[in-house]
Ligand binder design. Structure first.
Ligand SMILES: Nc1ncnc2c1ncn2[C@@H]1O[C@H](COP(=O)(O)OP(=O)(O)O)[C@@H](O)[C@H]1O
Ligand SMILES: [Mg+2]
Length: 261
């Protein structure tokens, strides 16, 4: 299904009226253009800002460049033009991006890109170990994180034998174990059953950090984010005229995007 272009404003008056807010930009992209070698531009002159405390959703068709946007923020690919500033600093060199990767947690779209250790505990402890924790501290953090995600008993499971949904939750544990200041979540609900999805919503609701969440599920997005953007022609769309308010009353159109005249 192709989602109509929309900006959904759920719980705040006008979170992006920066003139009226003192919000600090955490991630700031200005005029970013990017294309893969030999291919057409994927992102074109894109502007995007995530401020402290914001929970932004992105819903857009496959191939719009959502995952590419996350990879640019993490410095996994480099822009052809434009400026990426994170935590108030314009980033250019690889060294600067490696600091960003310690502070921003990326949940990959494909859990197989995230998990590489033989067992679950080793995978979740890897991040904290890398941040300088001792083996015992890292194992303790890993156990706590797994427990918080309802994954007690998964410690010694063989990572590659987990189901898709289990892999996604373990991936989330590997990211959260590093205590990121910001999260980039690429289709985190994908492959999760209804109960696990509800659990994920609950976990996200309790997190006190800013995040950007990519999803194809509008219901899920309205639960866990405050603002929803779409992408079109290589840009983030934030057309104020197209904004739609979320309704809490019963409605014949349910969760389908709709406009009121
Ligand atoms: N590693 C890559 N090499 C070449 N083209 C790629 C690569 N990754 C993605 N693309 C292309 O870039 C476009 C955007 O991809 P992507 O960011 O994954 O979109 P989305 O996450 O919105 O589905 C697509 O046309 C895709 O085929
Ligand atoms: Mg993607």
């Amino acid at each position: 299904m192709r989602h109509p272009n929309l900006l959904i404003e759920i719980s705040r008056e006008d979170p992006h009226n920066y003139a009226m807010t003192t919000a600090t930009p955490i991630i700031d992209l200005k005029g970013v253009t990017f294309g893969y070698p030999g291919g057409p531009p994927v992102l074109r002159d894109l502007d995007f800002t995530l401020c402290a405390g914001e929970r932004i959703g992105v819903i857009a068709p496959n191939g719009s460049g959502k995952t590419t946007l996350f990879h640019l923020i993490m410095g996994l690919v480099k822009p052809l033009a434009g400026q990426i500033s994170i935590f108030g600093k314009a980033l250019r060199e690889e060294k600067e991006f490696s600091e960003v990767r310690r502070r921003i947690g990326l949940l990959f779209q494909d859990p197989d890109d995230q998990l590489f250790s033989p067992t679950v505990l080793e995978d979740v402890a890897f991040g904290p170990l890398n941040l300088g924790k001792t083996k015992a501290e890292a194992a303790a953090i890993a156990r706590q994180t797994l427990a918080a995600l309802g994954l007690n008993g998964f410690e010694d499971r063989i990572t590659f034998k987990l189901s898709g949904g289990e892999k996604r939750l373990v991936s989330l544990a590997t990211v959260l174990a590093m205590e990121p200041e910001v999260l980039l979540l690429d289709e985190p609900e994908n492959g999760l059953d209804i109960r696990t999805r509800a659990k994920l919503s609950e976990i996200l609701g309790k997190l006190d950090i800013a995040y950007i969440l990519i999803s194809h599920e509008l219901d899920f997005l309205t639960n866990v984010t405050d603002l929803i953007y779409t992408m079109e022609d290589g840009r983030i769309r934030r057309d104020e005229e197209l904004h739609v308010h979320q309704h809490l009353h019963a409605h014949p159109l349910g969760s389908r995007p709709h406009r009121h005249s």
